[in-house]
Design a protein around this ligand. Sequence first.
Ligand code: ADP
Ligand code: MG
Length: 245
Amino acid sequence: MIELVNLTKTFGSGKTATTVLDDISFTVDAREILAVVGPSGAGKSTLARCLNLLERPTSGQVIVGGEDLTAMGAARLRDARRRIGTVFQSASLLSRRTAAENVALPLEYLGATKASTRARVGELLDRVGLLDKAGHYPHQLSGGQRQRVGIARALALTPSVLLSDEATSGLDPDSTETYLRLLTELRDDLRLAVVFITHEMDTVVRVADTVGRIDGGRIVEHGAITDLVLDPHSSLGRALRPRGP
Ligand code: ADP
Ligand code: MG
């Protein structure tokens, strides 16, 4: 569903150039959750921003549903980017809009009718278990609820890829659990390809089908979670294996 081919991102030029992503390639299928883990500064957020083309990669391709987003002009790219829904750490909801109004935003931009927007927003809030919070403003919601409104908004334009960058960082264990359960439901029900970016190893075992470890802008390890856990030579496997009593 999503395919990265030799993705590179360099900021600046000449002597001050820094390569933040260095030749990254991987694929995520429909109905797969790839967890991308790595220390702070490894390049995870830059990867997220290149993946949804908020940031133009310096070279390489981002292919979604067989179409190369990096080869598109502005108009086609605007359409194609709808196939990728994104949730960030702070959920970035508009504070003066209710949960329902936040979820409605992408639909309004598209020029959907009021009636169809209302119906779709209801469906989306129901999906994330927050129908009863439709009229609440962000400050009246918990951190976990805000992240779920963020998911509902990310799903508004029926994407095939969902990108989550540190969305559970700072959430309490219960809210984290609810968020992770929602991700697996969306994977299964909507057949989404999910890229779940985190620095918290313990969340990974709960959701991921595959894991990629990024360090210094490179993918240094990548594989199915079951293979990694069984591999005695894998440092990711060691970090993922449950510790004995
Ligand atoms: P992570 O999300 O894994 O913590 P980031 O992708 O935010 O890492 O950052 C990776 C590196 O890229 C950092 O060293 C950061 O300073 C650098 N970086 C990120 N954005 C820019 C930018 N716009 N210009 C220059 N350097 C950047
Ligand atoms: Mg980050």
